[in-house]
Ligand binder design. Structure first.
Ligand code: SF4
Ligand code: SF4
Length: 187
């Protein structure tokens, strides 16, 4: 049976060179702590924007990914005013769209604290990403499944918090990170 590491090596970290998954405040805290930084450094390592900006501007203009009109309308219906105002957090990208945490040898520089969505990949909330060779080779994804369960729990809590508090500014985001800072262990 071909090993996951070999498949990823041959693939060349493709999943770290495209659009970013949604990052939660729990991911941000673990990563900033690991880097020895504080909550106020969130904008140094992460891109912070609204759903509207990300889906209607960043995805098509930067990644050439076009979300259908119907999907946008469905999201707007589900999120209501939050679509336009509450913040989402994404991994920052370099000019070539690779993640800022990706090293030259295609390894992750924050591997032990990488975001839950990265740990769960190629499993996503919407289902497995068939474009990942791991899915094609049919490798055992039980570890990724357990990470997806944690990701789902964390993203639900993250959204509940952001919607109930209407987190619409970086200053509010830093306040929330500070509030949760001591409640989130590094690993
Ligand atoms: S997880 Fe999949 S897409 Fe990402 S590097 Fe490995 S094989 Fe490639
Ligand atoms: S955090 Fe690490 S695993 Fe996730 S996209 Fe960036 S380099 Fe890849």
């Amino acid at each position: 049976m071909i090993r996951k590491e070999e498949i990823c090596k041959q693939c060349g970290a493709r999943c770290c060179k495209g659009p970013s998954p949604n990052i939660t405040i729990f991911d941000v805290i673990r990563i900033l702590k690991h880097l020895g930084e504080g909550p106020e450094k969130v904008s140094t390592y992460f891109e912070i924007l609204t759903h509207e900006e990300y889906l209607c501007k960043v995805l098509p203009e930067r990644f050439n990914v076009h979300i259908s009109y119907e999907t946008i309308q469905e999201l707007k219906r589900r999120l209501g005013k939050y679509f336009e105002n509450i913040l989402i957090i994404k991994l920052k990208k370099r000019e070539d769209n690779s993640c800022i945490f990706l090293k030259e040898d295609d390894k992750c520089s924050i591997y032990v604290v990488r975001p839950m969505a990265c740990r769960a990949y190629p499993l996503k909330i919407t289902g497995p990403d068939d474009s990942c060779p791991m899915v094609k080779y049919g490798v055992d994804l039980s570890y990724e499944r357990s990470m997806l369960e944690i990701y789902v729990r964390e993203i639900e809590e993250h959204y509940r918090l952001f919607m109930s508090r209407e987190i619409t500014t970086v200053r509010q985001l830093v306040e929330v990170l500070s509030e949760y800072w001591n409640k989130v262990p590094i690993l």
